[in-house]
Design a protein around this ligand. Sequence first.
Ligand code: FPP
Length: 239
Amino acid sequence: MNTDNLVKELGINHIGIIMDGNGRWAQKRGLPRKAGHPKGAEAFKKCLDSCVKLGVPCVTFYAFSTENWSRPKDEVDSLMNLFLSFMDEMMKLSSKNIRLRFIGSRDGVPEKICAKMDEAESRTVGNTGTWCCVAFNYGGKEEILHATKKIALEYKNGSIGIDDIDETAFNSCLYTEGLPDVDLIIRPSGEQRLSNFLIWQAAYAEFVFMDVLWPDFSEKDLIAALVEYGKRNRRFGGV
Ligand code: FPP
């Protein structure tokens, strides 16, 4: 199958990916759950390369949710250490013309990770290629509340009027400011829910749920999800 123009032909601007199934991948092999996350990080790297190769304009990966803090401390600590060590890989993305953005709240995120996220973002600021967003300490409800507070402050200081609060104004207060709405959400691992991921931006997204566990997710699976998307009839509320 020739995939050179697939993404363009499908008109896809933004894909959201829920990297689910790391824990089960490890448990299936008799390993502790946390052993699945480094494998998940490898799958992330490969999938990002595939997105760049296929010409995906923007891809957002769900790496750590606002709800994931409730996991056992040992697993949270190992995830934080993984992110910190993985940041050096993130720095290298600049050479691939990737634009990096971390979306989510910084509350409770270790200072060392915040500093690395800022550095990695600023290194890619002049790039023009694929947007890679990493949703870290991210929750869609938190994002909407954060945006609402921002807009309320603008109203309070007189920089926005009540009639100016529309979708464009609201979008500009989200962590995804300036990025296109999500066309396709891919969730591997057999679970079929959104889990507080991009709930505003995915209002009209198509969902593709797959049985593969995230560490095993390959370019073949990404292309299969794109092909499935191509079969959908998007009507955006019209007929
Ligand atoms: C969900 O699988 C996965 C996570 C909560 C962590 C995702 C993190 C990574 C893929 C690794 C790092 C990514 C980057 C960007 C460095 P799960 O643990 O809930 O799996 P389960 O559903 O089988 O329990």
